[in-house]
Design a protein around this ligand. Structure first.
Ligand code: ZN
Length: 362
């Protein structure tokens, strides 16, 4: 909010340049801007937003194997098999992130690295996690009123992951865990990862699912559909496996977030399959839809009707505004939500109140 206030003053000051009343006017402009800002505690919170970590990009530039970064015709790309994505310089730039936040009135952002996660780096995975988490924590330290951090963990090495989680919570004051929808090919409901759900529930630390290089890459690589379809399939499989595994009965206090409104469209079929056809209800005490309502969903979808369905199904208390910046413009998702003309109190919960409570922000 500070920066937008500064901008406002700068704009007003510009108009009045040369006026003898400049100082007084700047002060009153500041007061006026203050009254136009959302009341304290209501500034928008973005729950999915990434920066590439310069040190990790540098590391990937030196690698011969995936994940690696290379430059072609002046453009930098991150490559994982057939999944190729451009990373322009602003994807590494905190200033560009802050400018995008200001342009949409976003007060705070839950900051995470993007993918690839540490689990793709083999023997270096614990070191990669530390570099990534130190980077995010550093940005948060520089801008404590604008960012809070989500950590990543070297989950294929349990002891290193446990130690890194404790460091992230105790020392780096991280507010959540970014959990990739597959850990280099393994879905997060597998028993080797159950300790993470137990510990997160105990710490009351939200787990935020996030797409990784999708398991289905091979089947969706034609027409460059790995991000469009593959990532969403990965979300759906990871979330559904967690719902079906009984983990949410085992850890009812678990705070789980699924991105991109995941899961809502298939939930009727899942209820029917498990409850009517009795396919796969082994670990369930309730219908899958009941577990889904225990989860939070972020609303990163460019289709307002999809957000509307999420709202109708989940209710106003379980949706979180998020943008997936820099891939998506924060303004696009904001406009989609606002176009629904939800009751003001519900919209406010989605924009900030739910996130505030979920992450324990003061
Ligand atoms: Zn994302």
């Amino acid at each position: 909010v500070k920066t937008s206030r500064r901008k406002f003053i700068a704009a007003t000051g510009g108009l009045l340049a040369g006026s003898p009343l400049k100082t007084i006017t700047a002060e009153s402009a500041s007061l006026a801007a203050e009254s136009n800002s959302p009341p304290e505690g209501q500034a928008i919170i973005d729950c999915q937003s990434h920066l590439f970590c310069p040190e990790l990009v540098g590391l990937m530039e030196k690698r011969q194997n995936d994940p690696r970064v290379f430059t072609k015709e002046g453009e930098r790309y991150v490559q994982m098999g057939d999944w190729l994505r451009k990373i322009p310089p602003q994807y590494l730039d905190v200033g560009a992130k802050l400018a995008a936040m200001d342009a949409s009135g976003i007060g705070m952002t839950a900051l995470s690295i993007n993918d690839p996660g540490p689990e793709w780096f083999g023997a270096d995975s614990a070191a990669v996690a530390r570099v990534a988490n130190d980077f995010v924590a550093g940005v948060v330290r520089e801008h404590p009123s604008r960012f809070f951090g989500l950590c990543v963990l070297p989950l294929l090495e349990q002891r290193a992951a446990e130690a890194e989680l404790e460091r992230c919570v105790r020392q780096l004051k991280m507010k959540g865990i970014l959990l990739y929808t597959n850990l280099a090919g393994r879905f997060p409901d597998e028993p080797q990862f159950h300790w993470l759900f137990a510990r997160a529930a105990e710490l009351q630390l939200p787990i935020l699912l996030h797409p990784a290089k999708p398991i289905t890459s091979e089947f969706v690589k034609q027409y460059e559909m790995i991000s469009a379809l593959g990532n969403m399939f990965d979300n759906t499989i990871a979330l559904t496996c967690i719902l079906m595994s009984g983990l949410l009965d085992q850890y009812p206090q678990l705070k789980l977030v699924c991105p991109h409104l995941g899961g809502t469209y298939i939930i009727g079929r899942l209820d029917h399959q498990t409850q009517v056809l009795k396919r796969g209800p082994k670990y369930l005490t309730r219908a899958p839809s009941a577990y889904l309502r225990q989860v939070w969903l972020d609303i990163v979808s460019p289709l307002p009707m999809a957000i509307r369905f999420g709202y109708d199904f989940m209710g106003p208390g379980r949706l979180l505004y998020a943008s997936d910046h820099p891939w998506v413009s924060p303004a696009l998702i904001l406009a989609g939500l606002r176009s629904l003309r939800l009751p003001a109190a519900d919209e406010q919960r989605i924009l900030s109140g739910n996130a505030r409570a979920l992450f324990g922000l003061v």
